[in-house]
Design a protein. Sequence first.
Length: 370
Amino acid sequence: MAIVVEKLKLGGQGPRVMVKDTIDVAGHPTRASSRALEHAPDAERHADVVQAMLDAGCQLVGKTSLHELAFGTTGLNAWIGTAENPRYPGRIPGGSSSGSAAAVAAGLCDFSLGTDTGGSVRIPAACCGVFGLKPSFGRVSRAGVMPTQTSLDCVGPFAADIDTLITAMQVIDPSFKALPGVNGIRIGMVPVQAHPEVQAVVDAVLEASAFELHEAPLPGMSAAYDAGLAVINRETWNACGHLVDSGLVGADVAGRLLAARDTRDEALADAERCRAAFTAEVDAALAQYPILALPTMPDYPALVADAADTRAAIGMTAFVRPFNLTGHPALSIPFEGASKLPVGLQLVAAKGADELLLAVARELLQRLEQ
């Protein structure tokens, strides 16, 4: 299934955990599912998040596959094989943290860790029908995680239920506090262009939750998406561009890296201006409505057979990448559409309000069960 790239047996008798193979585990290589890193040296020390899990008594049972060099949204990987989508066979697992989402969906672990630079936790969570959280930027340590330098990337957990996701955050984030009350919370519904069945699920869930709902337009989202793409292109080229000369990077990722090389300084400066403007726009909306809600993806996940052109699939991240640019915490909650395919509901909160985000999600799910 190409979900697990290396089996491990470290730690105690607590929850079983797997980590994306961009996260260092001492004594084991970090290959990022790339043939260009096949002979990478063993990591000398654990990433901070790995050490935190071991200190908490978790069992580290494996490293998971990904879209090569974490630079793609489909999860397709010609070198190690594409992780199968356990709950929706034949559909892409999503990327780039494909194996981490699939491992949870397959029941191979209690929770897993991925990384999210432009949707790389939330997209595979939505595709595989599990929970996935991108914490506030800088909230969870990235020491020992590829790439070393980033203004977008966050380590985040996957789980099959909200309580396990909360447990994961308690383990990897030493600053994580008790969940607050959610009485009187108002939710801002962000209008977007999504598949009618996807939007219908999101609307029905929010209405059934009985939270007070308001429309909360974010007119800067499209520009923020483009700006986020410019930043990720420049930062990924800086981190991985040198590998292209090896001739060992897969054709899809090599093509994207070579295109990313052409990101102009002017485009990056424009992107930083957009980052400031869109961050202010999101902050203003959150000042009115402490939670924003929208679909995680515009459509159902594509069939693997139709997803070979990964550049054409970048639009999958239209609703998630903008919140990497701003650094706000964002969560994908799994639901299912009329076609019995996965739909993610994305909730977004203020920076640092990760506990509120999870508290609202847990309350929403409890209300749906009543």
